[in-house]
Write a protein that binds this ligand. Structure first.
Ligand SMILES: Nc1ncnc2c1ncn2[C@@H]1O[C@H](COP(=O)(O)OP(=O)(O)OP(=O)(O)O)[C@@H](O)[C@H]1O
Ligand SMILES: [Mg+2]
Length: 310
């Protein structure tokens, strides 16, 4: 896959602070990259440099082959950046707000009308089109922000903590939306300080700490390196005892135990190991009705890695 983002020794200083430190990162077209790191790690600074909104102190960054410093216009036309705090124009109606950004993107009049309707429907805000921005809830505002970054059909989306401050239901909606956008072929870079939230739909992971890139790779590699163990859940219509015995006998399985109607266990292995266990269970005659990862899996390992770094 061609690279849509390439940075080489990218650096940004603010006075004494080095917000992004000699960062070399590449992102393949079509991937969904989770950009994770604690507060102050440099996520926003990196995204703003990639969006050609903030000058690097040194090093280079290219988006779709265009240098962010030399060709900011080309960069702007190819990406949609959703900032962590977007000032919304409170008095405008939702539709007017988006029309306003169509003008900023210099979209032709006839196309604007259509794009506004399309993006409103994609983010699920069609019913709010004639409502004032100030009447929207936080979750709806986030969706409106996202709609705004999609108006000019960019191939790359840079989203700075799109799920911050949202309740679990709204977070889930954001996740589903990301998945849909990815299915439509967009490359997505999405930041968060909570890895488990992105784990569901990202294909790659980059971890930043104090401006430095401390890990970058596929989700599989991240799991191998970070997630020495995965928390798994099994449910079976029958054969739970046989399943428990089988799991307890496998060397890559730890702490297999009943929990209500389920069996929970830790797996020190990758997808292939999981597949092999599932096959063994089925061959044993266990009628498996659910076999998969319990939520919030590599977050713990990520936190412990951050701890080791310190
Ligand atoms: N405009 C600025 N002026 C001075 N320092 C800044 C500026 N922007 C960022 N910094 C500093 O750069 C470092 C990285 O900040 P950044 O906002 O990129 O981190 P972040 O990973 O996005 O954090 P958060 O999770 O809190 O959003 C921090 O030490 C921050 O204080
Ligand atoms: Mg930030």
């Amino acid at each position: 896959m061609p690279l849509i983002i390439e940075t080489d020794s990218l650096r940004r200083e603010f006075g004494e602070t080095t917000a992004v430190d000699e960062l070399s990162l590449s992102v393949e077209e079509g991937s969904v990259l989770a950009l994770v790191g604690p507060n102050g790690a440099g996520k926003t600074t990196l995204l703003r440099m990639l969006s050609a909104l903030l000058e690097p102190t040194s090093g280079t960054a290219r988006v779709d082959g265009f240098d962010v410093r030399e060709r900011p216009r080309e960069v702007h036309s190819r990406l949609g950046f959703m900032p962590d705090f977007a000032g919304l124009y409170e008095n405008l109606l939702v539709r007017e707000y988006l029309r306003y950004f169509c003008l900023a993107y210099r979209l032709p009049e006839d196309l604007s009308e259509m794009r506004v309707s399309e993006t409103l429907s994609l983010v699920g805000l069609s019913a709010r089109a004639e409502q004032a921005v100030e009447t929207l809830s936080r979750g709806m505002r986030q969706k409106l922000n996202l709609a705004r970054t999609l108006l000019h059909s960019p191939k790359l989306l840079l989203l700075d903590e799109p799920a911050a401050g949202l309740d679990p239901g709204a977070r889930r909606e954001v996740q589903l939306l990301m998945r849909e956008l990815s299915r439509q072929g967009k490359t997505i870079v999405v930041s968060s300080h909570i890895l488990s939230e992105l784990e569901d739909y990202c294909t790659h992971v980059a971890i930043l700490d104090r401006g430095r890139l401390i890990f970058s790779g596929s989700l599989e590699e991240a799991r191998r390196i970070l997630g020495k163990k995965r928390h798994m859940r099994l449910r079976a219509a029958s054969g739970m005892e046989a399943a428990l015995a089988l799991l307890q006998a496998r060397p890559e399985v730890r702490k297999a135990q009943r929990s209500g109607a389920d069996i929970l266990f830790e797996l020190a292995g990758n997808d292939a190991d999981a597949a092999s266990i599932l096959k063994a269970l089925v061959e044993k005659g266990v009628s498996v009705s659910f076999f998969g990862e319990a939520a919030g899996t590599i977050q713990d390992s990520y936190l412990s890695l951050m701890g080791e770094e310190r």
